[in-house]
Design a binder for this molecule. Structure first.
Ligand SMILES: NC(=O)c1ccc[n+]([C@@H]2O[C@H](COP(=O)([O-])OP(=O)(O)OC[C@H]3O[C@@H](n4cnc5c(N)ncnc54)[C@H](OP(=O)(O)O)[C@@H]3O)[C@@H](O)[C@H]2O)c1
Length: 288
């Protein structure tokens, strides 16, 4: 049985491989990466490092050869690029007769109104059409996405948001990685979609947890989208990124990430890492 993880030199992929190496013999493990030289430490541990670039389909034929269970980590970039890249990866998996595909998707991908969702809908559809059994790992929000806001708070700013009372099922990137590793290393070939959420919290509730860690009040400043955009611009956020951040805030306000589910806990076989612990780690990293 040979498992392969794409994006293994990315943040999530690296954590997935690290988790797998604790339970799966390295000889059963392969990674597909754009820059094999960045995965030298994995090769030295016995992992089969293969070159695979979703922009160069020919690399994927060799990358996916002989693979039983494949985990496609979603790429970054704009929607159109990602839809094309993921489609290329799924087609290569079909050509290679891969037996099972896991894919890092987004909570409630089928109906989620957030602007990122079309990528995940299109990719899930391509995987369904391939006829290969699958697991859709529909991740909610990484707690680490809030690092910039935490940093601003550490610098004396309030917790700035235009997300209103919208709730988010934040969980740590490491928890999502461990859940993905559990699915990939499992034996199930039954197709399933997992909604992977932590406990639902509002911005105020998250800020209150940060306040508990810092031992001081963290005021929350709720603003409208235009004000949020203006503050982001004046804080130096590049122009093309500002509408992305605003789009995320407005989607959260509309409940796009308000997905309650016990799937994360079930896949982990334990409760998700407490948000306080994840926040403490973010604070420590920012202060180190
Ligand atoms: N739910 C959430 O809150 C959330 C938050 C952030 C990200 N995400 C999604 O989860 C994914 C993983 O997150 P992350 O934190 O690990 O992000 P990341 O570190 O930016 O990882 C992105 C990975 O995609 C790979 N990639 C990009 N273009 C590729 C291509 N043409 N062919 C093959 N691989 C390609 C990158 O390869 P290199 O290592 O060569 O650069 C990298 O490994 C992201 O890409 C994004 O789709 C979700």
């Amino acid at each position: 049985m040979k498992l392969l993880v794409t994006g293994a030199t990315g943040k999530l992929g690296a954590l997935i491989v690290e988790t797998l190496l604790a339970t799966v013999p390295a000889r059963h493990l392969a990674v597909s990466v754009r820059s094999p030289e960045k995965a030298e430490s994995l090769r030295s541990r016995g992992v089969d490092v293969r070159e695979g670039d979703f922009d160069r389909p020919e690399t994927l034929d060799r990358a996916f050869e002989g693979i039983d269970r494949l985990l496609i980590v979603s790429t970054d970039g704009d929607n159109e690029t990602r839809i094309r890249q993921h489609g290329v990866a799924v087609a290569a998996a079909q050509r290679a007769n891969v037996g099972f595909i896991a894919y890092t998707s987004l909570v409630n991908a089928g109906e989620n109104p957030i602007f990122l969702a079309p990528v995940h809908r299109a990719t899930e559809e391509a995987i369904r059409r391939s006829g290969i059994p699958y697991a859709f790992l529909r991740n909610n929000w990484y707690l680490e996405n809030e690092t910039g806001t935490v940093q601003a708070v550490l610098g004396g700013a309030p917790w700035l948001t235009s997300a209103g009372a919208g709730k988010v099922g934040w969980a740590t990137r490491r928890d999502y990685a461990e859940a993905a590793a559990a699915v990939l290393a499992g034996e199930s070939r039954e197709s399933a979609a997992y909604e992977l959420s932590g406990s639902l919290l509002t911005q105020e509730e998250l800020a209150a947890k940060l306040s508990g860690i810092l031992g001081r009040e963290v005021p929350v400043q709720q603003v409208d989208d235009a004000t949020y955009a203006g503050i982001m611009s004046s804080a130096g956020v590049p122009d093309p990124v500002v509408p992305i951040l605003v789009g995320i805030q407005s989607a959260i306000r509309e409940g796009a990430l308000e997905v309650e589910s016990g799937d994360l806990e079930r896949l982990l076989g334990r409760a998700p890492t407490p948000i306080e612990e994840g926040l403490r780690q973010i604070v420590e990293e920012l202060q180190s």
